[in-house]
Design a protein around this ligand. Structure first.
Ligand code: ACM
Ligand code: ZN
Length: 737
């Protein structure tokens, strides 16, 4: 199939007019006016710059050079004619934001104007995307370099467009961090949050405390010893690249919990002062910094001082999540501190610590940011809250005038896989999957805020935790000689969802549409391929089978521009050598049909299959006795729910009640199930069960011994949505003997 036919198909599918040679920019700019004609980039094109923009001119040349093979002339702008690209700084530029730009492509002149370095940089990123996608290639590509004439005016919606990379659970060498920032920059993302400290690894050199990296930077023994850290020189290099890419790095030094690596290095930091090891598996350690002794504060201030010297950005992240207070409860120093400071609860002791650190950071002209738990013990006045698991903390913080960054587990935890399809690489399973569409269809600002309060929401943030690298089976599966596979894995989790996040944070919500995005993303994949980014290939977009007199007709389209679709009709798993799709096909039974998207003849998606009929899928669990629905589930606390099982429990015997999640952002947790007859509990199964992205112990076994004919049988279960009320599913009952 030609590229044109495939595009035509996706046009039919999504009803849009996107093609490879029109404007396909991600994130979608705020204003685009197409014009006729093209600008021909050639080896006599000259890059002109106005005062102060020489660095950007060089950067543009660096971007264009590998794929075009041109080393363009760069000149200070003066009166000139001919084929030119002008980078123009204009601090008075009207009608664009601080990071905004205008881009005017004419037949013989391109002009990018902005009022900041960031604006010029984003204009350059857009110019790259107007070029043939091969421009992202690291080596010379044999294409013509026409750029469509267009006029663009563009500014981001939110100033904070971030990604977090967990370099503690898995240590990414600086080269990957730099590459990752390049990936972010092409999406106009501008904050890299480095989760640089956690229980299983301290990853940044601190001169005053060398054991933090000597001991805290490594875990395990002998051949199993694993670790690494960034030297000050590494950080200088990372920061230099970040500056060039208009990215602010936010380093996270976790306190008071999630820092056993530091306690292993300096046991006197902990309440017990016991020698600890750097954990080799991932769990939330109970070991935390002693909040009572002044030595802890001195340590933190000295560490922060060196961290501030290394990172020029405005924010320091202090973690604050998931602190368990067991050690504080046993510690005379912590108890005394609480008395001295008149603190009632342990969370207030954490609040005291956070506020003290904030005060210190303020003296260094830095701002504190922390996970949403920093709200619980009394929020520091200038602190910024990163809301990850409790959306209401964003509302609370914004209402009290604190800034907020949204990093919700349900939309932005990209360590969660995109699907539950067989073959999806193992990733975080504690949350339901986050598909590209789910990541895209997110409005990060809570609707309940007033227009004034909404201004406190700085933007949004995707998170890539790497705890699964320690758990089974990712790293264990990776042959040590092929370490690149772990990088590919992070690329895979990040792309294409980084595109979704880019548009969520850059493009005004009223301009966003999934279909339009999917069409532009079809071209964005070509850029990933050219740039050798290991993205997740999406499955073919298959339409509902059409019933014919004889069997069914199946039509599909490729979600990736120019990719092949390969399929089988005998129930087998398709491969890159299966039949090539060129036109709608006929099948006897849609259940036997399966198809994959194949990029570059070898990089394939997981197989598409029509979902099994839900009723059939659930039938093995018996009969349906009820369901739970989004909005109706208790959020975060167990509440009883009742289902009528009269007539379905109809004799003595053993029955199984199974909870099956069907959708929503939250999994359902179950703590017990009972059978009630005439107000009396006649059977009970108490155990923790979960149904969501993954099911665990979600079947409850109930034995009925004195069946009463004519009585009403009620199933009562204590359930809750994990962290919110967006969960749906069905409850099934089955007699097992
Ligand atoms: C977190 O996921 N513990 C912030
Ligand atoms: Zn203590």
């Amino acid at each position: 199939m030609t590229m044109k036919t495939q595009l035509l198909m996706s046009m039919m599918l999504f009803g849009s007019l996107v093609t490879a040679d029109t404007v396909n920019i991600i994130p979608k700019p705020t204003e685009v006016q197409t014009k006729t004609g093209v600008f021909e980039l050639n080896n006599s094109t000259t890059i002109l710059y106005s005062e102060g923009s020489q660095m950007q001119a060089q950067q543009l040349n660096d971007y264009l050079k590998p794929a075009t093979g041109y080393d363009l002339k760069i000149m200070r702008a003066s009166r000139s004619s001919g084929n030119t690209i002008l980078l123009k700084m204009d601090v008075d530029l009207a009608n664009v934001g601080e990071e905004g730009y205008t881009l005017d492509v004419g037949k013989d002149r391109i002009v990018i104007t902005a009022k900041t370095d960031a604006g010029l940089f984003y204009g350059i990123q857009t110019l790259r995307q107007l070029s043939p996608t091969e421009i992202y290639s690291g080596s010379k590509a044999a294409v013509g370099w026409q750029i469509p004439c267009v006029q663009i005016k563009d500014s981001p919606t939110y100033p904070w467009r971030g990604m977090m990379l967990d370099v503690s659970r898995y240590f990414f060498e600086k080269e990957y961090v730099i590459r990752y920032m390049e990936m972010m920059a092409m999406h106009k993302l501008n904050v890299l949050h480095l989760h640089i400290v956690d229980d299983p690894g301290w990853r940044i050199e601190i001169d005053k405390y060398p054991k933090l990296t000597e001991i805290g930077g490594f875990r395990g023994k002998g051949v199993k010893k694993y670790g690494g850290y960034y030297t000050k020189e590494d950080i200088r290099e990372i920061v230099e690249h970040a500056n060039r890419l208009q990215i602010e790095i936010v380093p996270e030094i976790e306190l008071p919990a999630h820092c056993q690596s530091a306690l292993a290095a300096y046991p006197w930091l902990g309440c017990t002062q016991q020698q600890l090891e750097v954990p080799t598996t991932c769990y939330i350690s109970r070991e935390i910094l002693c909040a009572g002794r002044e030595s802890t504060y001195k340590f933190l201030e000295e560490v922060m001082t060196e961290v501030i010297d290394m990172f020029p950005g405005r924010f320091i992240h202090v973690g604050g999540d998931e602190a368990k207070y067991d050690r504080w409860k046993q510690c005379p120093d912590c108890k005394k501190k609480m008395q001295d400071e008149n603190l009632k609860e342990y969370k207030h002791l954490q609040g005291y610590m956070t506020r003290r650190i904030e005060k210190f950071l303020m003296t260094k002209n830095r701002r504190l940011i922390g996970w949403d738990e920093i709200l619980d013990g009394g929020l520091a006045p200038n602190a910024t809250v990163m809301t990850w698991h409790r959306p209401k903390t964003a509302v609370e913080a914004a209402k009290s005038g604190n800034n907020v960054v949204m990093a919700l587990t349900g939309h932005a935890y990209f360590d969660t896989p995109e699907s539950k399809l067989p073959g999806e690489p193992p990733a975080a399973t504690w949350l339901p999957p986050i598909s590209l569409q789910k990541a895209y269809e997110w409005e990060p600002v809570p609707a309940s805020l007033s227009a004034d309060e909404k201004k406190f929401i700085l933007g949004a943030h995707g998170c890539l935790w790497t705890d699964r690298f320690m758990h089974n089976p990712i790293l264990q599966d990776l042959a040590t000689m092929d370490e690149n596979r772990s990088f590919q894995y992070v690329d895979y989790l990040s792309l294409p969802r980084m595109s979704a996040l880019a548009e969520v944070t850059w493009t005004p919500q009223k301009m966003r549409s999934w279909e339009d995005f999917a069409n532009r993303q079809a071209i964005q994949y070509n850029r990933y391929t050219a740039g050798k980014y290991h993205f997740r290939v999406p499955q073919p977009v298959v339409q509902k089978p059409v019933k014919m007199t004889d069997g069914y007709k199946i039509s599909m389209a490729s979600p990736v521009n120019g990719a092949q679709l390969r399929y089988t009709t005998d129930g087998s798993y398709p491969t890159v050598r299966s039949a090539l799709y060129t036109q709608p096909i006929s099948v006897d039974n849609p259940q036997d049909f399966s198809a994959i998207t194949v990029v570059n003849k070898r990089h394939a998606s997981l197989a598409f299959k029509f979902p099994e009929d839900k009723n059939k899928r659930f039938a093995k669990y018996g009969v349906k006795i009820g369901e739970w629905k989004s909005g109706k589930v208790s959020a975060g606390t167990y509440k009883p729910v009742k289902f009528d099982a009269t007539g379905k429990i109809n004799k003595n015997g053993t029955y199984e009640v199974t909870f099956l999640y069907t959708g929503g952002e939250q999994r359902l947790d179950i703590e017990k199930v009972e059978v009630i007859v005439n107000g009396k509990v006649v059977a009970r199964d108490v155990h923790q069960g979960t149904t969501g992205g993954q099911n665990k112990d979600n079947t409850y076994t109930l034995k009925i011994t004195n069946y009463e004919t004519g009585a009403n049988y009620t199933i009562q279960a204590n359930v809750m949505g994990d962290t919110g009320n967006d969960s749906n599913g069905v409850v099934m009952l089955k007699a097992v003997q």
